[in-house]
Design a protein around this ligand. Structure first.
Ligand SMILES: Nc1nc2c(ncn2[C@@H]2O[C@H](COP(=O)(O)OP(=O)(O)OP(=O)(O)O)[C@@H](O)[C@H]2O)c(=O)[nH]1
Ligand SMILES: [Mg+2]
Length: 457
C-alpha cells in the first residue's frame, strides 16, 4: 500500500540524515523525489506544489545552522506530510451502556456492507455489544450478504427481505436494538448521488437519528474523493469518511488527502476484504508505518545520531589535505559509536560518497570502537602524533595495553586500521583520480583489492 510514497519519504529522510551539508541541491533532490511520488499517489498537484514551496522556504532559513538545520528540515517534512493527511486522529465518542448509531452511506460497490461488518467486528472485539442493521431494500441479495458477514464475525444481524421501506425495518426492530451499545446500519447505494438517495438518507436520518453518518468511498477514485465527500457533506450532512480498498490502488494517497480538504475527516481505512483488514486512520502512525519508523522522535533521533556537521567539515578538510592523524581518528571513533561504520566516514572523502563499500568490510563493532578509544586515551601526545614509534618499542606497547586494559594485539589492530584509513584518504591512488566524477566501479575494485585484504576483524 502506498509503496512509492513510502519509499520516497524514506529516501528523503535518509538523505537528510546522511547528508553532510543540507544545501540547496540536497533539498531540491529530496523534494523532487517526494513530489513525484505524491503525484503518482494522485495527490492534488496544487497541494504538492504548496508543500514543496513551504519546505523550500523553511529549509533555506539561514538562521538555523548545523545539526539543528537537519532536525528542522526533518520536522518540517514530517509535519507537512502529516498535515496533508489530516493531522490528528479522529475518534467516535462511544460509551458502553449508552447506545451509539453509526450509519454507512455511499455509492454502489463502495464497500458499505463489508465495512459495516468490519466496524462491527472491530468494536465487538473491544467489548461493545454490537448489532448490524441491514436497510438496503434495493438489492435483493443485500440482506443475505449482511447475514453471512454477521455470521462470520458472530454478530447479530437485523434485516427483513420482505419489507420494502427501510424506515419500517428500523421501527420494527427498534425495541430489540435497545440492548445494544452500538448499532451499525448498512444502507443501499446508488450509481450517483441523486435526489432519490438524498431523500432516502434524509428520511432515515429523521427517523433513526444516527450519531454518525459516514460516507464510504473506495480509494480507487483518488482525488475525486474530494468532490464526492463535499457533495455528500452538503446534501446528507456526513460526519466523516471511511476509505476502502486502500490495498488495491496506487491512488490511495489522493483519496486520503482529498478527504482531508473537506470537512469530513477519515475515521477508518479498509485494507482488504477480510473483516480484520480494517484499521483506524491515524495520520501519525500511518506516516511512521510508511517510513518503517516508530514516530517523529525516532526520526529526529536518527538525524541527531548522524555526526555533527562542524567536525565533519574539519575532517573533510584534513582528509583532503592529507593531514589526518591519530587524534582525528580518535575524534572520529568517538562519533562512530552512533555512526556504525567506517564506510560512513569514507563517504566524506571526496569521491567515496558514491562508492558502495561493503558493510562487512568496513563495519566495526561498537565494542571494538570503545576499546580503541581507551587505547588512544592511554597514549602520550608524542605517540599520538607519531604512532610509528609505538610499534617499534615493545615497552610502549605494553604500557598502553596495561593502561587501557587491552592487549598489544588490540593496539596493533588499531594502528593497522588507522594506517589503512590514512592510506585510503591520502594515498596516491586516490589523489590521482578525478574525484569530481566520483569513483567508477573499476577504480573502486582496484582500491578495494589493494586495501581490502588489510582490513580484517
Ligand atoms: N480489496 C478490498 N476489497 C474490498 C474492501 N472493502 C470492500 N471490498 C470489496 O468490494 C466489493 C464491494 O463491497 P460491498 O461491501 O458489497 O459494497 P457496497 O457499498 O455495500 O455495495 P452496494 O451494496 O452494492 O452498494 C466486495 O467484493 C468487497 O469484498 C477493501 O478494503 N479491500
Ligand atoms: Mg451493500
Amino acid at each position: 500500500m502506498l509503496g512509492t510514497l513510502g519509499n520516497a519519504l524514506k529516501k528523503g529522510f535518509d538523505k537528510i540524515a546522511g547528508a553532510v551539508f543540507i544545501d540547496k541541491k540536497t533539498i531540491e533532490e529530496i523534494l523532487k523525489d517526494l513530489q513525484r511520488a505524491l503525484i503518482q499517489a494522485d495527490v492534488n498537484i496544487y497541494l504538492v506544489k504548496e508543500l514543496g514551496n513551504k519546505i523550500k522556504t523553511e529549509a533555506q532559513n539561514e538562521k538555523i545552522k548545523g545539526i539543528e538545520r537537519k532536525e528542522h528540515l526533518t520536522k518540517i517534512l514530517h509535519d507537512e506530510i502529516l498535515k496533508l493527511l489530516g493531522g490528528e486522529k479522529h475518534d467516535f465518542e462511544l460509551k458502553k451502556g449508552k447506545q451509539t448509531k453509526i450509519m454507512l452511506i455511499g455509492l454502489y460497490g463502495a464497500g458499505k456492507t463489508t465495512t459495516a461488518s468490519k466496524l462491527a467486528s472491530y468494536y465487538s472485539k473491544r467489548g461493545f455489544k454490537t448489532a448490524l442493521l441491514g436497510l438496503d431494500v434495493h438489492r435483493p441479495a443485500a440482506s443475505d450478504q449482511l447475514e453471512q458477514l454477521g455470521k462470520q464475525i458472530k454478530t447479530p444481524v437485523f434485516t427483513d427481505k420482505n419489507e420494502k421501506n427501510p424506515v419500517n425495518i428500523y421501527n420494527n426492530y427498534k425495541k430489540q436494538l435497545k440492548e445494544f451499545d452500538l448499532v451499525i446500519i448498512d444502507t443501499a447505494g446508488r450509481h450517483d448521488l441523486d435526489q432519490e438517495l438524498v431523500d432516502e438518507i434524509s428520511n432515515l436520518t429523521g427517523e433513526i437519528k444516527p450519531d454518525y453518518k459516514l460516507l464510504t468511498i473506495q480509494a480507487d477514485i483518488g482525488q475525486a474523493a474530494k468532490n464526492q465527500a463535499s457533495k455528500f457533506q452538503e446534501t446528507c450532512g456526513i460526519n466523516g469518511v471511511i476509505i476502502t480498498r486502500m490495498d488495491s490502488t496506487a491512488k490511495a494517497g489522493g483519496a486520503l488527502t482529498a478527504c482531508n480538504e473537506t470537512k469530513a475527516p477519515v475515521f477508518f481505512i479498509g485494507t482488504g476484504e477480510k473483516p480484520s483488514e480494517f484499521e483506524t486512520f491515524n495520520p501519525k502512525s500511518f506516516i511512521s508505518r510508511l517510513l518503517g519508523l516508530g514516530d517523529l522522535e525516532g526520526l529526529l533521533e536518527k538525524v541527531q545520531s548522524a555526526v555533527d556537521e562542524k567536525s565533519q567539515k574539519k575532517l573533510k578538510t584534513k582528509l583532503e589535505k592529507g593531514k589526518f592523524n591519530l587524534r582525528d581518528f580518535q575524534e572520529q571513533l568517538k562519533q562512530m559509536g552512533s555512526m556504525g561504520s567506517f564506510s560512513k566516514m569514507l563517504e566524506m572523502v571526496p569521491g567515496f560518497g558514491k562508492a558502495k563499500i561493503p558493510e562487512n568490510l568496513m563495519g566495526v563493532q561498537e565494542e571494538k570502537l570503545k576499546k580503541w578509544q581507551y587505547l588512544i586515551d592511554s597514549m602520550t601526545h608524542e605517540e599520538i602524533d607519531n604512532p610509528e614509534i609505538i610499534e617499534k618499542q615493545t615497552k610502549r606497547l605494553q604500557r598502553i595495553a596495561k593502561g587501557s586494559g587491552t592487549t598489544t594485539t588490540d593496539i596493533r589492530q588499531l594502528l593497522k586500521q588507522y594506517k589503512v584509513l590514512k592510506d585510503l584518504a591520502t594515498g596516491s591512488d586516490i589523489n590521482d583520480l578525478d574525484m569530481s566524477q566520483g569513483l567508477s566501479q573499476k577504480q573502486m575494485q582496484k582500491i578495494m583489492k589493494k586495501f581490502g585484504k588489510k582490513i580484517k576483524f
